[in-house]
Design a protein around this ligand. Structure first.
Ligand code: P6P
Length: 339
């Protein structure tokens, strides 16, 4: 019996061949990132047994309590990547400012933005959490220290993006713009094995995902859309089912596979929305669009938003193309729009 499997490393090298100008740097960067993810996965899977649950007692840049796992994941990514010579600069949800590459290391041509551990408040109750990353080519001169300008590029400029779901298995999904591919970690081999080749999101789904607890803060158009989804109409497969994990990576991963829509809108409580543009919404939008879906802030593609600061928030409606177009119709025809 021929036991054939495609590892992440092999797939990245093959994908690199699609970029004629490639030098192998991106492959090495993604492989280094995969090592950090394997270490994080090991700790997540035994979280109840080792001292990484709960809080560090510190507050992060956003005034949120920092969980031990957030900082552990941040440190793992930083240490796996900082000396590889592939990056000129990094930025993390856990650090207020951009993160310079230590001076004694070679400065590379890529930029890495990441959310080391998204949804970590769910770890204490064994619900899936995730890591999200976004990679750009630098815009400042090669060989010089990276700058904020290198980090604040439109999502359209991403050359790679990916996420990891630490769930019933650890799965890494990434794209370099040529298809979206999913890899499942085989703990016995310690390798990510290709399990979902060329993922395509259904053009329309039957599941919507939003925190209904915020209903009273929503704009009229959004309220009308959710009511529309709950009305019965067999022709348009309504009512939809409601699913909300409260972990963006898990909710969008399900949306990517089953179809439907994930929403974190702006509302009277969160006028800019809650989710971060640079290291949550841009990478997830790059992936969902590469899989044939759509991602907007209600008026504009997420990937076309011109960033102004590292930790800025944005409303997001992301998922199956027909479902996202439908919510935009309700939002923009109600006379009131999302900010
Ligand atoms: P809420 C987790 O804290 C997170 O950033 C996303 O992963 C998740 O989708 C969202 O916030 C949940 O926010 O306000 O519904 O609890």
């Amino acid at each position: 019996m021929v036991f054939r499997f495609m590892t992440l490393e092999r797939h990245i090298i093959d994908a690199e061949r699609l970029h004629p100008e490639a030098t192998g740097e991106l492959s090495k960067l993604l492989s280094d990132l995969a090592i950090a993810i394997k270490v994080i996965s090991l700790q997540v899977n035994k979280a109840g047994l080792v001292d990484i649950l709960g809080m560090t007692g510190d507050k992060n840049v956003h005034g949120e309590s920092v969980r031990k796992l957030d900082m552990f994941a941040h440190d793992m990514v930083f240490r796996a990547i900082d000396h590889g010579g592939h990056l000129c600069i990094m930025a993390s949800e856990e650090e207020e400012d951009i993160i310079h590459i230590p001076t004694d290391f070679k400065i590379g041509k890529y930029v890495l933005l990441f959310d080391p551990m998204d949804g970590s408040s769910n770890i204490d109750v064994n619900i899936s959490i995730g890591t999200i990353f976004s990679i750009y080519r630098r815009v400042s001169p090669d060989g010089t220290p990276g700058t904020m300008e290198d980090c604040l590029q439109q999502g359209l400029e991403q050359i790679a993006a990916g996420y990891v779901v630490y769930g019933s298995s650890t799965m890494l999904v990434y794209t370099t713009g040529h298809g979206v591919h999913g890899f499942t970690l085989d703990p016995a081999l310690g390798e990510f094995i290709l399990s979902h080749e060329d993922m395509q999101i259904p053009q329309k789904g039957k599941i919507y995902s939003i925190n209904e607890g915020n209903h009273n803060y929503w704009d009229t158009g959004l309220k009308n859309y959710i009511k529309y989804l709950q009305d019965e109409d067999s022709k348009t497969e309504r009512p939809y089912s409601s699913r909300y994990v409260g972990s963006m990576v898990a909710d969008i991963h399900r949306t990517l596979i089953y179809g439907g829509i994930y929403m974190y809108p702006s509302d009277s409580k969160s006028p800019k929305g809650k989710l971060r543009l640079m290291y949550e919404c841009n990478p997830m939008s790059f992936i969902v669009e590469a899989a044939g879906g759509r991602a907007t802030n209600g008026q504009k593609r997420i990937l076309e938003i011109q960033p102004e600061n590292l930790h800025q928030r944005t409303p997001i409606f992301i998922g199956s193309k027909e479902d996202v177009l439908k919510v935009e119709e309700f939002i923009n025809n109600s006379g009131k729009t999302n900010s």
